[in-house]
Design a protein around this ligand. Sequence first.
Ligand code: NAD
Ligand code: TDX
Length: 356
Amino acid sequence: MTSHTSGTSGTPSTSLTSHHVFTPHNILVTGGCGFLGSNFVRWVVNAHPDVHITVLDALTYAGNVNNLAGLPADRVQFVYGNICDVDMLRHVVPGHDAIINYAAESHNDNSIADPDPFLRSNVIGTFWLLQAALAHHIRFHQISTDEVYGDLALDDPHFFTEQTAYRPSSPYSASKASADMLVRAWYRTYGLPVTISNCSNNYGPYQHVEKFIPRQITNILTGRTPQLYGSGANVRDWIHTEDDARAVWAILTHGRLGQTYLIGAHCEKSNKDVLRTILELMGKDPDDYEHIADRPGHDRRYAIDPSKLVTELGWHPLHTDFRHGLEETIRWYETHRSWWEPIKDAVEERYAQQGR
Ligand code: NAD
Ligand code: TDX
């Protein structure tokens, strides 16, 4: 780890002078072929020309190596591998100055149908990655989720903060909460230099079509009726994936070790409102959707208070117009049909088997 005083793109300047500043040059991004990971890699390539990135990814159903297409080969190296593979980690991890762990099973509905891979990748995988980081005392950043905090009532005036108690609802969120606990223990017991970020719902390009926003956009593009779970009153706090990437970089380079930072852009919307906006933006009747069976244990509302990130690290979201962000996202799916068309039918078949 080296010390510098100058700020970098996406990071703050003034409030940082008392903080240790970390300047990574050779980072390992696990899960970098997924939605958030690939957007983070692309952002780092553009914003930090001095950083080399190794992407380690098992290319599960959710990973697509084409998500890295067009990135310079001398800056981004892809390694095919599973974070549960201890022998592989022994070879790949050394030489990097930071690990950013995006690798995970990420979809709640899948975790309800079959929790097994979630325990393996999210809990056991994080454990082996921590062990590999510890062997070389490598800076470790864990990508986590606001879902570890459970949910809020729709009319609750409170937000999640770093002090909110963990109360995960689904096998997915329980596995992410478990991983966070491991990361905290490796800091306290072994002194591994870690940080954790818990982010709200991301939207933007390269999101798998199993997720809410891409599923509805591609439903409309393929002549299917959009589908709302339950009443549609459930609220999610949306953030553009590029703003999440900028926040992760700020925490990695300027965050205090051992700390958790919540990432959110104060953009709470009910699922029904999001779907109606998508339909309207795509020139359809905003009421042309159907209510279907609710998700078991469905979290009612997520809402993030990002004050710590804002005051300590000076981060602010740049994508503050959600409607415009949705419009751009719709355009992306309209113009990248070859990216999602080959997997769409299989995703819908899997949903049909789950009764959704
Ligand atoms: P994703 O499903 O799109 O991508 C996950 C990636 O990890 C894929 O490329 C997959 O191949 C890879 N992967 C899975 N298991 C692996 C393993 N054992 N070894 C190596 N690679 C493996 O998921 P995402 O939406 O990009 O989420 C990434 C991370 O961000 C997850 O940890 C998730 O919990 C967290 N997160 C996501 C959101 C969101 O809105 N999508 C919000 C907050 C936090
Ligand atoms: O067809 C649908 N209809 C519907 O009403 C789908 C797929 C979802 N929904 C609802 C369920 C949720 O209330 O939309 C909301 C968003 O659903 P998902 O896209 O599955 O996201 P969510 O369950 O909120 O979790 C997401 O944010 C937190 C990510 O998938 C997680 O990886 C992240 O941790």
